[in-house]
Design a protein around this ligand. Sequence first.
Ligand code: UDP
Ligand code: GLC
Ligand code: MN
Length: 348
Amino acid sequence: MADQAFVTLATNDNYAKGAMVLARSLRNHHTTSKLVVLTGPQVSDPCQSVLKKLFDEVRVVDVLDSKDTAHLAMMKRPDLGVTFTKLHCWTLTHYSKCVFMDADTLVVSNIDDLFEREELSAAPDPGWPDCFNTGVFVFQPSMATYEKLMQYSAEHGSFDGGDQGVLNGFFSSWATTDISKHLPFIYNLSSIALYTYLPAFKQYGGNAKVVHFLGQMKPWSLTFDPKAQKVRGGSQDAVASHSSFLLDWWTLYSREVLPLLQEHYGDQPFHSGCLVFHTLPWLVFNRSHLFASSIVQEEECQEASAAASEASRLSSEERRERWERGQADYMGEDSFENIQKKLDAFLK
Ligand code: UDP
Ligand code: GLC
Ligand code: MN
Protein backbone atom coordinates (compact mmCIF):
# COMPACT_ATOMS: atom_id res chain seq x y z
CA MET A 1 0.00 0.00 0.00
CA ALA A 2 1.39 3.37 -1.05
CA ASP A 3 0.38 5.19 2.12
CA GLN A 4 1.83 2.58 4.49
CA ALA A 5 5.48 2.04 5.22
CA PHE A 6 7.95 -0.05 7.11
CA VAL A 7 10.46 2.31 8.69
CA THR A 8 13.91 1.62 10.09
CA LEU A 9 16.85 3.64 11.37
CA ALA A 10 20.58 3.44 10.66
CA THR A 11 22.92 6.15 11.91
CA ASN A 12 26.12 4.37 10.85
CA ASP A 13 27.38 1.85 8.29
CA ASN A 14 27.03 -1.19 10.53
CA TYR A 15 23.37 -0.58 11.27
CA ALA A 16 22.96 0.36 7.60
CA LYS A 17 23.96 -3.19 6.69
CA GLY A 18 21.34 -4.46 9.10
CA ALA A 19 18.79 -2.17 7.43
CA MET A 20 19.74 -3.51 3.99
CA VAL A 21 19.17 -7.09 5.10
CA LEU A 22 15.88 -6.09 6.71
CA ALA A 23 14.72 -4.45 3.47
CA ARG A 24 15.56 -7.53 1.42
CA SER A 25 13.80 -9.77 3.94
CA LEU A 26 10.64 -7.62 3.75
CA ARG A 27 10.66 -7.66 -0.05
CA ASN A 28 11.40 -11.39 -0.21
CA HIS A 29 8.28 -11.93 1.87
CA HIS A 30 6.28 -9.87 -0.63
CA THR A 31 5.34 -6.81 1.34
CA THR A 32 3.21 -4.39 -0.66
CA SER A 33 4.15 -1.44 1.55
CA LYS A 34 6.82 1.21 1.08
CA LEU A 35 10.22 0.90 2.74
CA VAL A 36 11.75 3.92 4.48
CA VAL A 37 15.10 4.30 6.21
CA LEU A 38 16.09 7.19 8.44
CA THR A 39 19.83 7.78 8.30
CA GLY A 40 22.37 10.17 9.75
CA PRO A 41 25.22 12.06 8.08
CA GLN A 42 27.70 9.46 9.37
CA VAL A 43 26.51 6.85 6.88
CA SER A 44 29.08 6.62 4.06
CA ASP A 45 28.22 7.45 0.44
CA PRO A 46 28.45 3.86 -0.84
CA CYS A 47 26.11 2.69 1.92
CA GLN A 48 23.73 5.57 1.19
CA SER A 49 23.71 4.50 -2.48
CA VAL A 50 22.87 0.91 -1.61
CA LEU A 51 20.16 2.07 0.78
CA LYS A 52 18.69 4.10 -2.07
CA LYS A 53 18.48 0.94 -4.17
CA LEU A 54 16.74 -1.08 -1.49
CA PHE A 55 14.43 1.50 0.08
CA ASP A 56 11.72 3.64 -1.48
CA GLU A 57 12.77 6.57 0.68
CA VAL A 58 16.07 7.40 2.38
CA ARG A 59 15.60 10.31 4.73
CA VAL A 60 18.60 11.97 6.34
CA VAL A 61 17.62 13.25 9.78
CA ASP A 62 19.36 15.01 12.67
CA VAL A 63 20.82 12.44 15.00
CA LEU A 64 19.25 12.95 18.41
CA ASP A 65 21.22 11.72 21.40
CA SER A 66 19.86 11.42 24.92
CA LYS A 67 23.44 11.66 26.29
CA ASP A 68 22.00 9.95 29.35
CA THR A 69 25.10 7.98 30.24
CA ALA A 70 23.89 6.99 33.69
CA HIS A 71 20.78 5.15 32.48
CA LEU A 72 22.52 3.73 29.43
CA ALA A 73 25.25 2.32 31.67
CA MET A 74 22.60 0.36 33.57
CA MET A 75 21.77 -1.42 30.31
CA LYS A 76 25.48 -1.77 29.53
CA ARG A 77 24.74 -0.10 26.18
CA PRO A 78 26.40 3.33 26.18
CA ASP A 79 25.84 3.43 22.40
CA LEU A 80 22.05 3.59 22.56
CA GLY A 81 21.61 7.34 23.30
CA VAL A 82 21.23 7.90 19.55
CA THR A 83 18.14 5.70 19.47
CA PHE A 84 16.26 8.92 20.37
CA THR A 85 16.59 9.54 16.62
CA LYS A 86 13.85 6.92 16.18
CA LEU A 87 11.35 9.49 17.37
CA HIS A 88 11.72 11.25 14.00
CA CYS A 89 9.58 8.48 12.54
CA TRP A 90 6.45 10.32 13.68
CA THR A 91 7.32 13.09 11.18
CA LEU A 92 6.65 10.79 8.19
CA THR A 93 3.19 12.25 7.80
CA HIS A 94 2.88 11.37 4.10
CA TYR A 95 2.06 7.84 5.32
CA SER A 96 -1.15 7.08 7.17
CA LYS A 97 0.24 4.10 9.11
CA CYS A 98 3.75 2.79 9.67
CA VAL A 99 5.59 -0.07 11.33
CA PHE A 100 8.93 0.78 12.83
CA MET A 101 11.53 -2.02 12.84
CA ASP A 102 15.01 -1.95 14.37
CA ALA A 103 17.84 -2.45 11.89
CA ASP A 104 18.78 -5.63 13.79
CA THR A 105 15.52 -7.36 12.92
CA LEU A 106 14.94 -9.92 10.17
CA VAL A 107 11.57 -10.75 8.65
CA VAL A 108 10.99 -14.46 8.15
CA SER A 109 7.30 -14.34 7.15
CA ASN A 110 4.96 -11.70 5.66
CA ILE A 111 3.84 -9.20 8.32
CA ASP A 112 1.65 -6.80 6.32
CA ASP A 113 -1.23 -7.66 8.65
CA LEU A 114 0.46 -5.38 11.20
CA PHE A 115 -1.01 -2.38 9.36
CA GLU A 116 -4.45 -3.44 10.62
CA ARG A 117 -3.28 -2.60 14.16
CA GLU A 118 -3.57 0.75 15.86
CA GLU A 119 -0.95 3.01 17.46
CA LEU A 120 0.82 2.02 19.63
CA SER A 121 0.97 -1.72 19.10
CA ALA A 122 4.08 -3.61 20.11
CA ALA A 123 5.22 -6.89 21.63
CA PRO A 124 6.23 -7.27 25.27
CA ASP A 125 9.87 -6.73 26.16
CA PRO A 126 11.37 -10.07 27.19
CA GLY A 127 13.19 -8.45 30.12
CA TRP A 128 10.13 -6.66 31.56
CA PRO A 129 6.91 -7.78 29.88
CA ASP A 130 4.87 -4.85 31.24
CA CYS A 131 6.97 -2.71 28.92
CA PHE A 132 6.79 -3.01 25.18
CA ASN A 133 9.92 -3.57 23.16
CA THR A 134 10.57 -0.83 20.63
CA GLY A 135 12.31 -3.09 18.13
CA VAL A 136 8.95 -3.48 16.31
CA PHE A 137 5.95 -1.16 16.76
CA VAL A 138 2.96 0.12 14.83
CA PHE A 139 2.46 3.89 14.86
CA GLN A 140 0.61 6.68 13.14
CA PRO A 141 2.80 9.53 11.90
CA SER A 142 1.64 12.90 13.23
CA MET A 143 3.47 16.16 13.84
CA ALA A 144 1.31 16.77 16.89
CA THR A 145 2.41 13.45 18.42
CA TYR A 146 6.01 14.17 17.45
CA GLU A 147 5.94 17.54 19.25
CA LYS A 148 4.37 15.95 22.32
CA LEU A 149 7.02 13.23 22.33
CA MET A 150 9.78 15.83 22.11
CA GLN A 151 8.25 17.76 24.95
CA TYR A 152 7.79 14.59 27.00
CA SER A 153 11.40 13.55 26.56
CA ALA A 154 12.66 17.04 27.44
CA GLU A 155 10.57 17.04 30.62
CA HIS A 156 10.88 13.41 31.74
CA GLY A 157 13.90 11.99 29.95
CA SER A 158 14.08 8.25 29.43
CA PHE A 159 14.34 5.64 32.16
CA ASP A 160 16.69 3.55 30.01
CA GLY A 161 18.44 6.41 28.23
CA GLY A 162 17.04 5.24 24.87
CA ASP A 163 13.80 5.46 22.91
CA GLN A 164 12.22 2.50 24.67
CA GLY A 165 12.21 4.32 28.00
CA VAL A 166 10.60 7.43 26.49
CA LEU A 167 8.00 5.55 24.47
CA ASN A 168 6.95 3.37 27.39
CA GLY A 169 6.62 6.48 29.53
CA PHE A 170 4.58 8.28 26.86
CA PHE A 171 2.34 5.33 25.89
CA SER A 172 2.09 4.22 29.49
CA SER A 173 -1.37 2.67 29.22
CA TRP A 174 -0.08 -0.04 26.84
CA ALA A 175 0.33 -2.65 29.58
CA THR A 176 -3.22 -2.50 30.84
CA THR A 177 -5.76 -0.93 28.50
CA ASP A 178 -6.12 -2.68 25.17
CA ILE A 179 -4.96 -6.23 24.50
CA SER A 180 -5.25 -5.72 20.72
CA LYS A 181 -2.21 -3.45 21.03
CA HIS A 182 -0.14 -6.35 22.39
CA LEU A 183 1.56 -7.96 19.43
CA PRO A 184 2.25 -11.67 19.72
CA PHE A 185 5.86 -12.32 20.66
CA ILE A 186 6.48 -13.99 17.27
CA TYR A 187 6.40 -10.48 15.72
CA ASN A 188 9.49 -9.55 17.72
CA LEU A 189 11.17 -12.74 18.77
CA SER A 190 14.41 -12.02 20.56
CA SER A 191 16.94 -14.71 21.27
CA ILE A 192 16.68 -13.90 24.97
CA ALA A 193 13.65 -16.21 24.93
CA LEU A 194 16.04 -19.06 24.40
CA TYR A 195 17.68 -18.51 27.73
CA THR A 196 14.60 -17.66 29.69
CA TYR A 197 12.01 -20.14 28.38
CA LEU A 198 13.52 -22.79 26.16
CA PRO A 199 10.48 -25.12 26.01
CA ALA A 200 8.27 -22.24 24.79
CA PHE A 201 10.89 -21.36 22.21
CA LYS A 202 10.89 -24.96 21.01
CA GLN A 203 7.09 -25.00 20.90
CA TYR A 204 6.45 -21.65 19.22
CA GLY A 205 9.79 -20.46 17.78
CA GLY A 206 9.05 -22.13 14.45
CA ASN A 207 6.15 -19.68 13.94
CA ALA A 208 8.46 -16.66 14.19
CA LYS A 209 7.62 -13.81 11.84
CA VAL A 210 10.31 -11.37 12.94
CA VAL A 211 13.60 -12.24 14.62
CA HIS A 212 15.26 -9.50 16.68
CA PHE A 213 19.00 -9.77 17.33
CA LEU A 214 18.60 -7.74 20.48
CA GLY A 215 21.66 -7.09 22.66
CA GLN A 216 25.28 -6.26 22.13
CA MET A 217 26.11 -9.08 19.75
CA LYS A 218 24.86 -8.24 16.26
CA PRO A 219 25.03 -10.46 13.17
CA TRP A 220 27.41 -8.02 11.44
CA SER A 221 29.93 -8.21 14.28
CA LEU A 222 30.34 -11.94 13.67
CA THR A 223 31.98 -13.81 10.83
CA PHE A 224 30.54 -16.15 8.27
CA ASP A 225 32.26 -19.13 6.73
CA PRO A 226 30.20 -19.81 3.60
CA LYS A 227 31.86 -23.13 2.88
CA ALA A 228 31.08 -24.62 6.26
CA GLN A 229 27.83 -22.63 6.43
CA LYS A 230 28.78 -21.52 9.95
CA VAL A 231 28.66 -18.24 11.78
CA ARG A 232 31.60 -17.78 14.15
CA GLY A 233 32.87 -15.28 16.70
CA GLY A 234 31.31 -13.64 19.76
CA SER A 235 30.45 -15.79 22.72
CA GLN A 236 29.92 -19.38 21.65
CA ASP A 237 26.71 -19.58 23.68
CA ALA A 238 25.24 -16.58 21.97
CA VAL A 239 26.19 -17.82 18.53
CA ALA A 240 24.85 -21.30 19.19
CA SER A 241 21.55 -19.97 20.50
CA HIS A 242 21.00 -17.71 17.49
CA SER A 243 22.53 -20.09 15.01
CA SER A 244 19.81 -20.86 12.49
CA PHE A 245 18.54 -17.27 12.46
CA LEU A 246 22.08 -15.95 12.22
CA LEU A 247 22.66 -18.23 9.30
CA ASP A 248 19.51 -16.83 7.65
CA TRP A 249 20.80 -13.29 8.18
CA TRP A 250 24.23 -14.07 6.77
CA THR A 251 22.86 -16.01 3.83
CA LEU A 252 20.71 -13.05 2.85
CA TYR A 253 23.52 -10.59 3.47
CA SER A 254 26.10 -12.48 1.45
CA ARG A 255 23.79 -13.29 -1.45
CA GLU A 256 21.73 -10.15 -1.83
CA VAL A 257 23.46 -7.26 -0.07
CA LEU A 258 27.19 -7.83 -0.33
CA PRO A 259 27.21 -7.80 -4.16
CA LEU A 260 25.53 -4.37 -4.09
CA LEU A 261 28.04 -3.10 -1.55
CA GLN A 262 30.94 -4.42 -3.59
CA GLU A 263 29.59 -2.67 -6.63
CA HIS A 264 29.26 0.65 -4.82
CA TYR A 265 32.51 0.50 -2.89
CA GLY A 266 34.46 -0.23 -6.06
CA ASP A 267 38.10 0.10 -5.14
CA GLN A 268 37.53 1.67 -1.76
CA PRO A 269 37.96 -0.54 1.30
CA PHE A 270 35.06 -1.43 3.54
CA HIS A 271 35.57 0.07 6.95
CA SER A 272 33.30 -2.05 9.09
CA GLY A 273 33.50 -5.58 10.40
CA CYS A 274 31.04 -6.84 7.90
CA LEU A 275 32.73 -8.96 5.31
CA VAL A 276 32.18 -12.57 4.53
CA PHE A 277 35.19 -14.81 4.33
CA HIS A 278 35.18 -15.07 0.58
CA THR A 279 36.12 -11.39 0.35
CA LEU A 280 39.09 -11.93 2.65
CA PRO A 281 41.57 -12.43 -0.19
CA TRP A 282 41.02 -8.85 -1.18
CA LEU A 283 42.15 -7.90 2.32
CA VAL A 284 45.09 -10.26 2.27
CA PHE A 285 46.49 -9.30 -1.07
CA ASN A 286 46.04 -5.58 -1.06
CA ARG A 287 48.68 -3.86 1.01
CA SER A 288 46.88 -0.55 0.75
CA HIS A 289 43.58 -1.88 2.00
CA LEU A 290 44.32 -2.39 5.65
CA PHE A 291 41.07 -2.44 7.50
CA ALA A 292 39.19 -4.43 10.04
CA SER A 293 37.38 -7.26 8.35
CA SER A 294 34.96 -9.61 9.94
CA ILE A 295 37.64 -12.20 10.33
CA VAL A 296 39.09 -10.14 13.14
CA GLN A 297 37.50 -8.29 15.98
CA GLU A 298 38.42 -4.60 16.19
CA GLU A 299 41.19 -5.16 18.76
CA GLU A 300 42.91 -7.69 16.52
CA CYS A 301 42.89 -5.29 13.63
CA GLN A 302 46.54 -4.27 13.89
CA GLU A 303 47.78 -7.83 13.88
CA ALA A 304 45.61 -8.64 10.90
CA SER A 305 46.90 -5.60 9.09
CA ALA A 306 50.46 -6.76 9.64
CA ALA A 307 49.48 -10.20 8.38
CA ALA A 308 47.86 -8.64 5.36
CA SER A 309 51.04 -6.70 4.48
CA GLU A 310 53.15 -9.79 4.91
CA ALA A 311 50.81 -11.83 2.77
CA SER A 312 50.82 -9.25 0.04
CA ARG A 313 54.61 -9.43 -0.12
CA LEU A 314 54.51 -13.18 -0.55
CA SER A 315 51.81 -13.25 -3.15
CA SER A 316 52.49 -12.94 -6.84
CA GLU A 317 51.33 -9.96 -8.81
CA GLU A 318 49.32 -12.21 -11.05
CA ARG A 319 47.49 -13.81 -8.18
CA ARG A 320 46.72 -10.43 -6.73
CA GLU A 321 45.22 -9.30 -9.98
CA ARG A 322 43.07 -12.38 -10.11
CA TRP A 323 41.77 -11.60 -6.63
CA GLU A 324 41.00 -8.06 -7.60
CA ARG A 325 39.05 -9.22 -10.61
CA GLY A 326 37.06 -11.44 -8.25
CA GLN A 327 38.48 -14.60 -9.83
CA ALA A 328 39.66 -16.31 -6.69
CA ASP A 329 40.11 -20.06 -6.59
CA TYR A 330 37.80 -20.46 -3.62
CA MET A 331 37.72 -24.23 -3.79
CA GLY A 332 41.46 -24.72 -4.30
CA GLU A 333 44.56 -22.74 -3.50
CA ASP A 334 42.57 -19.78 -2.24
CA SER A 335 40.19 -21.78 -0.11
CA PHE A 336 39.09 -20.52 3.24
CA GLU A 337 41.19 -23.18 5.00
CA ASN A 338 44.36 -22.09 3.21
CA ILE A 339 43.77 -18.46 4.00
CA GLN A 340 43.00 -19.30 7.59
CA LYS A 341 46.24 -21.33 7.84
CA LYS A 342 48.20 -18.46 6.40
CA LEU A 343 46.69 -15.94 8.77
CA ASP A 344 47.18 -18.25 11.74
CA ALA A 345 50.83 -18.64 10.82
CA PHE A 346 51.31 -14.89 10.52
CA LEU A 347 49.46 -14.17 13.73
CA LYS A 348 51.73 -16.57 15.60
N1 UDP B 1 20.65 2.46 16.03
C1 UDP B 1 21.41 3.16 15.10
N2 UDP B 1 22.69 3.52 15.45
C2 UDP B 1 23.24 3.20 16.64
C3 UDP B 1 22.49 2.47 17.56
C4 UDP B 1 21.20 2.11 17.21
O1 UDP B 1 20.96 3.46 14.00
O2 UDP B 1 24.43 3.55 16.86
C5 UDP B 1 19.26 2.11 15.67
C6 UDP B 1 19.12 0.82 14.87
O3 UDP B 1 17.96 0.86 14.09
C7 UDP B 1 18.98 -0.19 15.99
C8 UDP B 1 18.07 0.56 16.95
O4 UDP B 1 18.52 1.92 16.87
O5 UDP B 1 18.46 -1.43 15.57
C9 UDP B 1 18.12 0.11 18.40
O6 UDP B 1 19.44 -0.24 18.78
P1 UDP B 1 19.82 -1.78 19.01
O7 UDP B 1 19.08 -2.60 18.04
O8 UDP B 1 21.31 -1.88 19.02
O9 UDP B 1 19.25 -2.00 20.46
P2 UDP B 1 18.83 -3.41 21.10
O10 UDP B 1 17.67 -3.89 20.30
O11 UDP B 1 20.02 -4.32 21.00
O12 UDP B 1 18.49 -3.07 22.50
C1 GLC C 1 15.64 -1.88 23.64
C2 GLC C 1 15.09 -2.05 22.26
C3 GLC C 1 15.67 -1.07 21.31
C4 GLC C 1 15.76 0.29 21.93
C5 GLC C 1 16.64 0.24 23.17
C6 GLC C 1 16.86 1.60 23.83
O1 GLC C 1 16.39 -2.89 24.12
O2 GLC C 1 15.24 -3.36 21.75
O3 GLC C 1 14.86 -1.07 20.17
O4 GLC C 1 16.31 1.18 20.99
O5 GLC C 1 16.05 -0.62 24.09
O6 GLC C 1 15.75 2.14 24.45
MN1 MN D 1 17.37 -3.96 18.27
